[in-house]
Write a protein of this length. Sequence first.
Lengths: 443, 507
Amino acid sequence: MLRAEPAALSDDELLDRYQRAAFDYFQENVNAENGLVADTSRPNSPASIAVVGFALSCYPIGVERGWMTREAAVKLTLAALRFFSTSTQGNGDDVTGHKGFYYHFLDMRTGLRVWRCELSMVDTALLIAGVLVAGAYFSGDDDEEAEIRRLAEALYRRVDWRWAQGSSPTLRQGWKPKSGFLHYGWEGYNEATILYVLSMASPDSPTSGDSYEGWTATYQWENIYGYDVLYGGPLFMHQFSHAWIDFAGIRDAFMREKNSDYFENSRRSTYLHRDYARHNPYGYGGYDENLWGLSAGDGPGGFRTSVDRQRRRFSGYAARGAPFGPDDGTIAPWSYPASLPFAPEICLAALRHLGDRYPEVVDNFRLPSGFNPTLANRRKFGRNGWVSEGHYGLDQGIVVMMIENHRSRLVWKLMRSNQHIRRGLRKAGFTGGWLSRDDGDGA
Amino acid sequence: MARDRTAAFPVDRNDIELIQHAHPPHWKNPEPDGPYNLVVIGAGPAGLTAARDAAGLGAKVALIERNLIGGACVNVGCIPSKSVIRTARLYADMRDAESFGGDTPERLHVDFQRAMRRMRQIRQRISRADSAATIASEGIDVFFGEARFAGPDAVIVAGKTLRFKKALVATGARASLPTIPGLAEAGYLSNETVFNLTACPPRLLVIGGGPLGCEAAQAFCLLGAKVILAQRDPMFLPGEERDAAQVLSDALAREGVEVRLNTEVVAVRTAGGKKLADLLRDDDTTTISVDEIITGIGRSPNVDGLDLENAGVAYDANGIKVDDYLRTTNPRVYAAGDVCLDYKFTHIAEATARIVVQNALFLGRKRVSQLVVPWCTYTDPEIAHVGLYPAQARQDGIPVKTYTVLMHDVARAVMDGEEEGFVKIHVKEGSDRILGATVVASHAGEMINAVSLAIKSGMGLHALADVIHPFPTQAQGIKMAGDAYRRTRFTSLWKRLSARWLAWSRQ
């Protein structure tokens, strides 16, 4: 529950509180022995490799903000990098990864695959992005920081991206020991740009040259609610790759054709979500110009019930999107800080509205994965409706990173100077903006 | 048990009447009066259209049917399925009555037998228009029996040889059985047997999330069955736009269909009167118990038994090989409809039959590739498409932009409580040339026609905005896409010039 009166805080103070609260998730949910971070704060949660990627990206922010010492950050970073370097790889059971990729969920203690989950390409990419942030930030001469740089480079270089293409130009989403590559397709724009950039840049096992083009061939440029956008339904698709890469002013072939860029696209998509909530076509509770944001996240659970004489169906964890759905009235409030760099004016207004109108939803400035005001005073839910229990690492990570990018551009600057990122972007056909300058720092 | 829920065709008096029209038991085949200008094999939509068009133009025509006139469409396809879907929609509306300001009955009893009886009534009523006697009265020689080619210019049917100048093979296609171990032994329903059901199966597995599978899953769910829909691919309706499949997936789940995507049925067996199906998803296998299984996968062309080799007509597993003019490898023999085309729709069967009449009898040069082909999946909401998909256009190097209107912005759709879905019209970037469109709406099949007309007549999206639509209609969604296009043409220069003109006008 909010313990300070957010209305009295300046914008920067407010953001500082939200960012700090999100940052603390990682210190509270990390296994300091191996650097693994729990997927959620719920009891017995396994680690998520993507959350570790976010954690590694957040430690430098913590150091710069004075929330943790550099030594503590080095220690946690090294623990994670050493773990991934030494953990078992292979195509059998009781392993952590295969071909340099990692299973999506790992046991917090042993680091072995749990839940019979998939070897995840995009989650590995998010982990590796965090690894590269660590390598870029820890530039000190001492042995430990040098080891971070060495391990970061080695972990990135050993990923067999070419293998992950299977027999197609686009990267596969996942792999399992018995059934092999999952045949789930990547169709349309989504959060995977960072995966393509990292895979194309690999010095040792890059994807074939047609991989990015194969993916962008499925893009759809649409005029919706008066906005020209490259559509991706859930908001996280417009945020995740952007947490590491500043897409403002750089363009690939698709965006040159459309005379836009992916940063601008995320801005318009954020506005589109707000407009969808204003339309509120299905009459969900609370939706308005300051309560919007459908994304991937926790939900009330799979059940059907009648609310105000409307038959409604609710879902558990799902990717919700606007305007084509699915939409069950569940809002992902972490979308506001996560879209802050693109559309600060409407994100700040929404964040303030959340604190004013639904203070119990926010746990001392830490945002839940989702809440559903349509279910207010229904079933066993209180006056705010259903509120997700505990917190999710992904949400907290993107909050920390995007607030920081809004405030200081720290992660963007670090990644702009990373030669792998620059090479990957160029191979994907990006030109212009900061990418055309040698130092990359045109902020 | 399956046999308790299904009956052999004919199921009731309606079916008996249907047979009397569509394959009269005491029909006497006429004496061949050859050579014929056109011998048509198969009296489905393609065969009937070709025979009638040709006869209407003075050709001497023979029409051969081995089973029921009307083909799959009337007897086991569009007509029975859409009739059942109508009843299913009624029950959906009754359950949803409160949303429409009405009262949902306290105990909603689904009378499955009545729904099926209505379907049979409709089927026989529609088939009457194409009865054997009616066709014969139009000057067409109607033969019942198995047709076999006796040579490049002759067909034998029921012991009689029909000589022809030109022939059309329009024998259609039938449901193909997926190769799942144990399925044939356990028993299953296809589109050919599902309409013989007399009781609704309590638990039903539908294999395949294509159009037929999705329609069947939704309809049976609304009629009270507990339906599991297993689809091998990551989305329904492979080939359709992602957002269309997403809307459909949500609709199916909301109505209670248990959606199993990325799931393959790998084995079926029976135990205790139930059918047990093993479903494989990634590395994991689960077993479900159901009362019936419907397969919605694929259609196989009817080419067996025709002795096509005798006529020098080439074919393979995909059907008879035809060129763009629908001519087979025998220049006297043409094919149309499901037996030779990837698009297995009644309206395409009819359209290609007309091409054959032109090309075969009147030296025409009409091409299949020039057809503007719309199609529709009759789920709720319906999903209709015409022309190119954006991915196809991009593959061809055409920059494409989509103008999207949400049905929740269409006033009539809101009034009707049918605001789910969208209109997407794809144009060539920088122009208003319509490349294609997808409509997801309760009446998408009706709405798509305006776009088909525009594409066929070369009308651009800008001009479509000028077509006055009655208010309020759901088809306004099409016009609104045109309006959206027009708004993007109001460039800042145009606005500045316009403002100066108007300022000057005020002086």
